[in-house]
Ligand binder design. Structure first.
Ligand code: ZN
Ligand code: ZN
Length: 905
């Protein structure tokens, strides 16, 4: 029989609603509700549903990743958005997955093999790749499981991996398509080479660093003369590969030398002196050596002037046979030996200190060597055009807006993308070479014979594709592309993408390009760029500095909601998050505050309440505080929703926090406590209960995206929903809608007046050291007759909340002797102190306090008049001391005022 079980068991329900445990314990809560949400398939999106769509794809973490605060921030933001959209009634898809992370994974495995006394080479390609798959199966999902601890409501049924079958198919499709279109080519170019990882890297995979280096001035003899010219270089070892010397064509000093030859010291090679616009006459001597095989700009000059390219290095960073007697030496050892020899033979003119910009491998930190090698490239310029248009026209928008400039600058100066990597773990390049006639075949499947000479002697390219070559397809490959699936039809384009600024080029820009090239549409419309998580000194968290925060440790200690809300509360939009471990107490206290007020409200609720509450009751309410809290609630709903619409999560949660903590807990609940203690039916007690429930119900809905666990726990205790019902979970409850007619500006101001009076009374009491149990007489002199009425109407609230014995409100009130006072808008407040505190003792206490602070002030004044200190101390320290001095002066002023009031002035 279908009956509402709630109404049938009022006694039990009442007991249950009161059984909210004394303290909130995240450990008893989080796993339980997460499993429940999973079991109910709440995170899974139906591609055939009739609802409007809201979809996102996760920035896939690397399979090698262990959850750090950066992930926690990134994924909390996404989860807040998707939970909010789900509550707004959208069919929400948040697709999760991982990236195979070519270099990162290979580096881990190589290290492991070395430890075991083996190596990648010893194992061979096939076995190594097999090992990598085994490693991935065993460890690759760790990060996804950690995301579940944070509460991420991803559609786990659709979890993808950049090397799974479907995505690999997409990669091949794209390679063949671009090759056939003439956008993929093979070429000998200078690329970034990591001698340790022994692979090429794209520009964006290197980190630029400025360091102290030198400028070596080396003398080259002019051919057939005893004269010398001098060139300056920051990398002397590369001179062994010099094939020219260049000057600027406008540089009058060297006009006569162009076309002549110089002799390379030590190797005695003849170098042509050329004129090229690239040369900066201001750098060094205005004459530079040209090394086409070891510098990208020299490479270009070499092409322009048909100079020879001589590679002097091995792939591992040692010198090769072209380096003459330096062959076999490491590049740095060679530099030292070469400079010593130049000095000995008097070719070294001088050495100057010089700041050099070096590029480092983003995986291992080894200094990058610009290196000449055969690689595959994507011609980017044609792909960039629609991606530039998309941002110009606003189809793709950045939040905060300033990142548009960064994106545009890169796009308008885009360079070809080197996509081949000398690794084994990744998508192998689908190119086969005929060993007999050198024909090149590009195909999704291995060809059985050469298309030209029918030879069966074919060899596949040894290299794999850059990891980003699969992740730039992520927004559509994950939904089944190149197949036309219902998911692709339904969930592409996605709406929002959350990421850090470091990968705007590596990933965001390339996804936009791929989206237009292969889907004809932008992959997402909103790009939210969040900041970096730093420690409370503003220093980026890192393993080596040991200043990192482990999100799992935070969850263990404070709870996942505390992790989430704290990060949101301390992160202004688009700025960096500065956080210390202790900061997470903020979120923990917030959860506890919510817990306690829920417990209080629930203790007063009648039987049989349901989650469907009407939020627009109240226009006819009698009590000021009832109408006021509803006005505040609707204003909060309105503000939070509009902040969320603009990705301003920090402002949204702050607004909500203030409403819950101050408006609801500090004021409304305190104001209705008296009414709740009355017998049923008196002084509109039922309304107070009803409104308190209504507000709590809405608070839980509004807070759920930010703090999903504690809100669900309270919701379940509150309503004990039977599982057949649609209100099974807060997760699927409706997001509140604000009713503008409920917002009453004037009413809110009226109550603010009452709050000002109460706050002021409380301040005086605390400053004058009035014992908390003692009630005080209060006199309020008011200038404005309307305010008299407002305060009279709220006499009871003021008396109770301000602990007032006798309250006088009026226009003609004189200040009593021995009384403390305060001034607020249009009114003055007096509290007679006689009988309230021991005047004599209080005066003595104040005198002592004045003396104590005076001494502190003197010390600081001495310090601040010390010339030596002022000269040596850092500016911030001096500023701090000055601020302290001002604060002490203010305190003394205030204490003197109190002391005078006691004396009866
Ligand atoms: Zn490296
Ligand atoms: Zn052939």
């Amino acid at each position: 029989m279908e009956v509402c079980t709630r109404r049938c068991m009022p006694e039990e329900r009442r007991m249950q609603s009161k059984d909210l445990p004394k303290h909130y314990d995240p450990k008893q809560t989080e796993n339980k509700w997460y499993q429940f949400w999973l079991d109910e398939k709440f995170f899974h999106a139906d591609a055939n549903s009739k609802k409007e769509t809201f979809s996102m794809v996760i920035p896939p973490p690397n399979v090698t990743d262990v959850l750090h605060v950066g992930h926690a921030l990134n994924n909390t933001l996404q989860d807040i958005l998707i939970r909010w959209k789900r509550m707004q009634g959208y069919e929400t898809e948040w697709l999760p997955g991982t990236d195979h992370a070519g270099i990162a994974t290979q580096v881990i495995l190589e290290k492991k093999l070395v430890k075991e006394g083996s190596s990648r080479e010893k194992l061979g390609r096939e076995k190594f790749v097999q090992l990598a798959w085994e490693w991935k199966k065993k460890n690759g999902n760790a990060i996804l499981n950690q995301l579940k601890k944070i509460g991420c409501s991803c559609d786990w049924d659709r979890t993808r991996f950049t090397m799974d079958e479907g995505l690999s198919e997409a990669v091949l499709e794209v390679f063949v398509h671009l090759y056939n279109k003439g956008l993929i080519y093979r070429g000998k170019r200078i690329i970034n080479w990591c001698p340790r990882c022994q692979t090429s890297l794209s520009d964006d995979e290197t980190e630029r660093e400025e360091k102290d280096g030198h400028l070596w001035f080396i003398k080259y003899k002019l051919k057939g003369s005893d004269e010398y010219i001098t060139v300056a270089t920051t990398r002397p070892e590369t001179m062994l590969g010099d094939t020219g010397v260049a000057v600027n064509p406008k540089d009058k000093r060297f006009e006569k030398l162009v076309g002549k030859s110089a002799i390379l010291p030590i190797l005695d090679r003849e170098l042509l002196i050329i004129a090229d616009d690239y040369v900066d006459p201001e750098f060094g001597t205005g004459m530079v050596k040209v090394t086409p095989a070891h510098d990208p700009n020299d490479f270009d000059m070499g092409v322009r002037h048909k100079l020879e390219k001589i590679n002097v290095m091995n792939p591992d960073g040692t010198m090769n046979e072209n380096a003459g007697k330096f062959a076999g030496m490491d590049r740095y050892a060679c530099r030292e030996a070469l400079v010593a020899e130049l000095k000995k033979k008097k070719f070294l003119e001088k050495i100057e200190a010089y700041k050099v910009a070096v590029a480092l491998c983003y995986r291992c930190g080894t200094e990058i060597e610009p290196y000449l090698s055969e690689q595959w490239f994507v011609r980017m310029e044609p792909l960039a055009q629609p991606a530039i248009e998309a941002v110009k026209s606003g189809k793709v928008r950045f939040y905060p807006e300033r990142w548009t400039k960064t994106y545009m600058h890169w796009m308008e100066n885009i360079r070809d993308w080197c996509i081949s990597r000398q690794l084994w773990w990744g998508h192998r390049i689908p190119v086969w070479y005929c060993q007999d006639c050198k024909e090149i075949m590009v195909s999704k499947t291995a060809p059985s014979e050469c298309g030209k000479c029918k030879s069966k002697n074919l060899k596949q390219d040894e290299d794999v594709l850059d990891t980003w070559f699969s992740s730039w397809l992520w927004p559509f490959s994950t939904f089944g592309w190149p197949k036309k699936t219902p998911e692709l039809e339904r969930f592409y384009p996605t709406r929002a993408l959350f990421t850090a600024s470091e990968i705007i080029f590596l990933w965001v820009a390339r996804m936009v390009m791929a989206g237009y090239e292969f889907m004809g549409k932008e992959p997402f419309s909103d790009v939210y760029i969040h900041g970096t998580v730093r420690d409370d000194h503003g220093i980026k968290m890192s393993k080596s500095l040991g200043n990192g925060i482990d999100p799992l440790e935070i969850i263990d200690e404070y709870g996942a909601d505390a992790l989430r809300t704290t990060m949101m509360l301390v992160t202004p939009e688009g700025a960096d998050t500065l956080i210390a471990k202790k900061t997470f107490e903020v979120g923990q206290h917030f959860a506890n505050k919510l817990w306690n007020v829920s417990k209080f409200v629930m203790g007063n609720l009648p039987d049989g309440i349901t989650p469907e509450v009407e939020a627009t009751v109240g226009l006819s309410l009698q009590k000021l505080e009832d109408r006021w809290i509803l006005s505040r609630l609707h204003r909060t709903i309105n503000d939070v929703t509009s902040f969320m619409d603009n990705y301003r999560f920090n402002s949204a949660l702050k607004t909500l926090y203030d409403f819950i903590w101050h408006d609801f807990c500090d004021w409304y609940v305190e104001m209705i406590k008296q009414r709740l203690n009355l017998p049923e039916g008196e002084n509109d007690k039922a309304t107070a209960v009803q409104i308190a429930h209504l507000v709590l119900n809405h608070i839980l809905r509004l807070l759920h995206p930010f703090a999903p666990f504690v809100t669900e726990e309270i919701w379940q205790h509150l309503y004990k929903p039977d599982r057949q019902n649609h209100d099974t979970s807060l997760l699927t409850a409706k997001w509140p809608v604000s009713a503008s007619e409920m917002i009453d500006e004037k009413l809110e101001d009226t109550l603010k007046r009452v709050q000002e009076v109460v706050t002021s009374i409380r301040n005086i009491r605390s400053e004058m050291n009035v014992p908390p149990v003692k009630k005080a007489d209060v006199l309020i002199r008011v200038d404005n007759p309307d305010l008299v009425q407002v305060l009279e109407d709220n006499r009871e609230h003021i008396s109770i909340l301000g602990k007032v014995e006798k309250l006088q409100i009026g226009r003609k009130i004189a200040k009593p002797d021995h009384s403390a006072s305060a001034v607020i808008r249009e009114a003055e407040i007096f509290i007679p102190l006689e009988g309230l505190i021991d005047l004599e003792q209080e005066r003595k206490r104040l005198d002592k306090e004045i003396q104590r602070i005076n001494q502190l002030l003197e010390k600081i004044n001495k310090k601040l008049s010390n010339e030596d200190f002022l000269r040596r101390a850092p500016k911030e320290i001096i500023q701090k001391e000055k601020a302290k001095r001002d604060e002490y002066s203010r305190m003394i002023e205030k204490l003197i005022q109190h002391s005078e009031e006691i004396l009866g002035w």
